[in-house]
Design a binder for this molecule. Structure first.
Ligand SMILES: O=P(O)(O)OC[C@H]1O[C@](O)(CO)[C@@H](O)[C@@H]1O
Length: 226
């Protein structure tokens, strides 16, 4: 199971790189917009510094044609590093770009996936990751869990090396269901992590343990004080 952060906010990445078994960071133009007009490449290189060489960093192209997307991809690889996963929307133009980037030996994440058919094409085109938009699918009354399960089955049947990087999560239950239906990876905002780990019941359990301990050994006495 791979847990990725869906943010380019440096303070959050630094904090959660220490807390999580962090497998990587994903971004798209909307996520970039949340940070304002950053100095794009230095910012992305700082993210690489924070997450290290073994975590995956996913950066999206913005060009509207095949040559423009390929030029974006090559610029990203030159200015960040050549291990970056190039995120390409799974459109007619995007599929041509995915095939070309794979031919050149680069890492590719096929994104903007709402349907089984898009995912099947991206798997066949050799994408390293496919990113189905879980919450957006649910909002469109599409069966996101069945879509992820269909991808998992297709990957298994075709012996593909593609991994499912489920994305666009708005609650913890969606993340669980994506993993349970065969996603190998999930990218999520820090709001999801915080919601999952700051439930009142968890805090209450910890408070009860503290109070039971302190009733025996005294306030602020830890095991290392014994
Ligand atoms: O529906 P949302 O929250 O905008 O999410 C879209 C998703 O697409 C991605 O670009 C896919 O990796 C993520 O960065 C993001 O989670």
């Amino acid at each position: 199971m791979e847990f990725l952060l869906d943010t380019i906010h440096l303070a959050d990445i630094e904090k959660y790189a220490a807390i999580l078994p962090l497998a990587g960071v994903t971004s798209n133009p909307t996520i970039v917009k949340k940070e304002g007009k950053i100095d794009f490449f230095p910012h992305m290189r700082q993210i690489r510094q924070l997450i290290g060489p073994d975590a995956s960093l996913h950066v999206q192209v913005v060009g509207q044609t095949v040559p423009a997307m390929l030029a974006d991809a090559h610029t990203i690889l030159q200015n960040i590093d050549d291990a970056v996963y190039i995120k390409v929307p799974t459109t007619e133009i995007g599929l041509e770009v995915i095939k070309q980037l794979k031919k050149e030996g680069h890492h590719v994440t096929a994104t903007a996936i709402y349907t089984k058919f898009q995912g099947y094409l991206a798997i066949a085109a050799g994408a390293d990751y496919i990113a189905p938009y879980y919450n957006r699918m649910e909002n469109m009354n599409l069966d996101a869990a069945a879509t992820v399960a269909g991808f998992a089955q297709a990957i298994q049947h075709s012996h593909a090396t593609t991994k499912i990087l489920a994305a666009s999560f708005h609650n913890v239950g969606q993340v669980n269901t994506a993993f349970e239906n065969g996603a190998q990876a999930a990218t999520m905002g820090v709001d999801i992590i915080q919601a999952a780990l700051t439930m009142p019941a968890i805090g209450q359990a910890v408070a009860d343990f503290t109070s039971d301990w302190e009733s025996l050994y005294g306030v602020h006495q830890t095991i290392s004080d014994l």
